[in-house]
Write a protein that binds this ligand. Structure first.
Ligand code: ADP
Ligand code: MG
Length: 290
C-alpha cells in the first residue's frame, strides 16, 4: 500500500485510549470518523526486527485473513483493525467478586467451543488460550482474540515449538516437551478456563514453573499410568513424578459446577492428548442442555 493511501486510511480513526499492551505492540480504542463506530487498533512494531516482519505477526495476519478479518498493512507499521469489545475475560473476573452465574459460565464455554470448533475445522490452532485473550462485550458475546501464536496445522512440515502456551493453561504433553501437537492443546486450555470461570476467576493450576505446574496437575488428576498414556515416558522432557492418586471428587475444588459440568470438565482435563475431547464433541455434551 502507498504511504499516502495508508495515511488517508489511518486518518479515518480517532485514537481514544490505550486498552492493552501487546507482546509486539499496543492496542488502542479508536473511533471511525466516517461512521462513529468504535474499533480496537492493534499496532505491531516491525522496525526492531532483524528479519523484517516477525513471523508471529505474519502468522497472525495470514490466519486472520483466512478467518475473514480486516487488516491494513504499511511498510513500517502494521495495524490490525478489530471490532471493539468491552473487556477481556480476565478483567471481567476482576469485576465480579466471588461468583459468576452458572448460566453465564455455560454460555461463555459454549461460545468458546463454537469459536474453537470453527478454527479447528479450518486447520488453525490458537495455542495461547487464556482469559486475557478472550474478549467479551455487553451483549454477553465472547470472542477469541490474539492469534499471534496461532498456527495452521494443515501440513505437518516441521516440529512446532513447545514454548507457546502460558504455563497455567499448558497441557502436560507440551510441559513434557512434546513437539508435535494438535487441536488437543486448545482443549486442555479450554478446560482450565472452564474451571476458572466456574470458580469466578480462581485459576485451576497456577504453577510457578514447569515442574510445579505438572505437580499441581497430577496432584489433582492423579499421575498418569503407563496404560493411560503409554507415549508419556518417551517425551523429550519427561520426568518421573510420584504416583499421586486423583482426588476423589473434583466438586471439592469446583463447588459451583453442576455434576454434568464436572463430568464434561474431566473430559477436557485428560493428560493423554489423544484421549482429550474435541470442541465439536464437547458441544454435544449434556451439560449444555441443563
Ligand atoms: P497481545 O499479543 O499483547 O496479547 P492482544 O491481542 O491479546 O495482544 O491484546 C492485548 C489486550 O488488549 C487484550 O488482553 C485485551 O485486554 C485488549 N484488547 C485486544 N483486542 C481488543 C478488542 N478488539 N477490544 C477490546 N479490547 C481488546
Ligand atoms: Mg493476548
Amino acid at each position: 500500500m502507498k504511504a499516502i493511501d495508508f495515511l488517508k486510511k489511518m486518518n479515518k480513526y480517532e485514537k481514544l485510549e490505550k486498552i492493552g499492551e501487546g507482546t509486539y505492540g499496543m492496542v488502542f480504542k479508536a473511533k471511525n470518523r466516517e461512521n462513529q463506530s468504535i474499533v480496537a487498533l492493534k499496532k505491531v512494531r516491525l522496525d526492531d526486527e532483524e528479519e523484517g516482519i516477525p513471523s508471529s505477526a505474519l502468522r497472525e495476519i495470514c490466519l486472520l485473513k483466512e478467518l475473514k478479518h480486516i487488516n491494513i498493512v504499511s511498510d513500517k507499521k502494521l495495524i490490525l483493525v478489530f471490532e471493539y469489545c468491552d473487556q477481556d475475560l480476565k478483567k471481567y473476573f476482576d469485576s465480579c467478586d466471588g461468583m459468576i452465574d452458572p448460566n453465564i459460565v455455560r454460555s461463555f464455554l459454549r461460545q468458546l467451543l463454537c469459536g474453537l470448533s470453527y478454527c479447528h475445522s479450518h486447520h488453525v490452532l490458537h495455542r495461547d488460550l487464556k482469559p486475557q485473550n478472550l474478549l467479551i462485550n455487553k451483549n454477553g458475546e465472547l470472542k477469541l482474540a490474539d492469534f499471534g501464536l496461532a498456527r495452521a496445522f494443515g501440513i505437518p512440515v516441521r516440529c512446532y515449538s513447545s514454548e507457546v502456551v502460558t504455563l497455567w493453561y499448558r497441557p502436560p504433553d507440551v510441559l513434557f516437551g512434546a513437539k508435535i501437537y494438535s487441536t488437543s492443546i486448545d482443549m486442555w486450555s479450554s478446560g482450565c478456563i472452564f474451571a476458572e470461570m466456574a470458580n469466578a476467576g480462581k485459576p485451576l493450576f497456577p504453577g510457578s514453573d514447569v515442574e510445579d505446574e505438572l505437580r499441581r496437575i497430577f496432584k489433582l488428576l492423579g499421575t498418569p499410568t503407563e496404560s493411560e498414556w503409554p507415549e508419556m515416558i518417551n517425551l523429550p522432557d519427561y520426568k518421573h513424578f510420584p504416583n499421586y492418586q486423583p482426588i476423589a471428587n473434583l466438586s471439592y475444588v469446583i463447588p459451583n459446577l453442576s455434576p454434568k459440568g464436572i463430568y464434561l470438565l474431566k473430559k477436557f482435563l485428560v493428560c493423554n492428548p489423544l484421549k482429550r475431547i474435541s470442541a465439536e464433541q464437547a458441544l454435544k455434551h449434556g451439560y449444555f442442555n441443563e
